[in-house]
Write a protein that binds this ligand. Structure first.
Ligand SMILES: Nc1ncnc2c1ncn2[C@@H]1O[C@H](COP(=O)(O)OP(=O)(O)OP(=O)(O)O)[C@@H](O)[C@H]1O
Length: 290
């Protein structure tokens, strides 16, 4: 098995020792490994697009942002593996991928493929989620120096800083042609959010549709109710949260520039057009995953 490993040395503050153990185990399992260290944002995608032969599998070593960039450079038919060394690692939670390098490597070599269909946000693929409104303000407001030092706490800091803004902006959403309104939206492929929290029990990463969560009431108290429900995995039970399956979503907002986040990183401005791809990507998971 030929494997290309793409490592982001900044994800999770750097995990060189774990990377060495991961690569050593891949080789022990009989894989031929080519290793690449990314040099900056966007480099993983460019590097892969420049390869004539990516091998049987490309493994993203980093967080969700690194996996996103690998996914955007992945050649058709090549499997995608993940060894999670990032801050939140939502995709790894979704696919029940271990953080131990030896176990993660064994899954890459001896596991199975499952079909995961990515969506495209304004032409760029995402694998887990994108969001607008509060969700995007939080991601855009993260202080990178705090994230490097304190990890997930940087998101908590940004969440607190953005709370008062919630409800001030209003969005028009078309969900498979159906017009709806909201004060924030998250479009998700999987169930998890921000690590191990369950955002949507309706979502299924193996289904070629996204789940659209619309936050349809304004007000800080509504937002706080939603955040509490997220901790309990009961978001879809909150009165004022709509949850719909879709293949195509469009989001607009009148007035000033409004940011979007995709897979936990800033991803441009509204308007947003989100469309499911036709073909799934084969993703490496444990044999026991279902
Ligand atoms: N060599 C590099 N130097 C600086 N930034 C990089 C480099 N390589 C990749 N990046 C950028 O780092 C961003 C963050 O990486 P990633 O999301 O994988 O880690 P994380 O933020 O620690 O984890 P998570 O997304 O799980 O919270 C990526 O979106 C990518 O653009």
């Amino acid at each position: 098995m030929k494997i290309t490993v793409v490592y982001n040395p900044t994800a999770g503050g750097g995990r060189e020792k774990l990377l060495c153990r991961f690569v050593a185990e891949l080789e022990k399992q009989g894989a031929r490994v080519r290793l690449y260290h990314t040099r900056g944002p966007g480099d993983a995608t460019e590097y892969l697009q420049g390869l004539e032969d990516q091998g049987d599998c490309v493994v993203a070593v980093g967080g969700d942002g690194t996996t996103n960039e690998v996914l955007n450079g992945l050649a058709p038919g090549v499997a995608l593996g993940v060894f999670a060394t990032g801050t939140a690692n939502v995709l790894a939670k979704e696919l029940q991928l271990p953080r131990t390098p030896e176990l993660a490597a064994q899954i890459v070599v001896n596991g199975k493929n499952v079909p995961v269909t990515p969506a495209r946000l304004n032409g760029r693929r995402f694998i887990m989620m994108c969001g607008i409104g509060y969700d995007a303000w939080v991601v855009n407001g993260v202080n990178l120096a705090v994230k490097e030092r304190f990890g997930k706490l940087a998101y908590v800091q940004s969440m607190l800083a953005q709370i008062r803004r919630y409800g001030q902006r209003h969005y028009r959403v078309m969900v498979d042609g159906r017009p709806l309104d909201c004060f924030s939206a998250i479009v998700t492929n999987g169930r998890h959010y921000g690590g191990s929290f369950v955002l949507s029990r309706e979502a299924n990463i193996l289904r070629p549709q996204v789940q659209v969560l619309l936050f349809q009431k304004p007000g800080v108290s509504f937002l706080l109710r939603c955040l509490a429900a997220l901790l309990l995995g009961r978001m879809e039970r909150v009165d004022g949260v709509a949850s719909l399956r879709a293949q195509r979503v469009e989001i607009r907002c009148e007035g000033a520039d409004e940011p979007i986040q995709a897979d936990g990183d800033p991803a441009g401005q509204l308007p947003a057009e989100i469309v499911m791809e036709d073909e799934p990507v084969p993703m490496r998971v444990a044999d026991t995953f279902q």
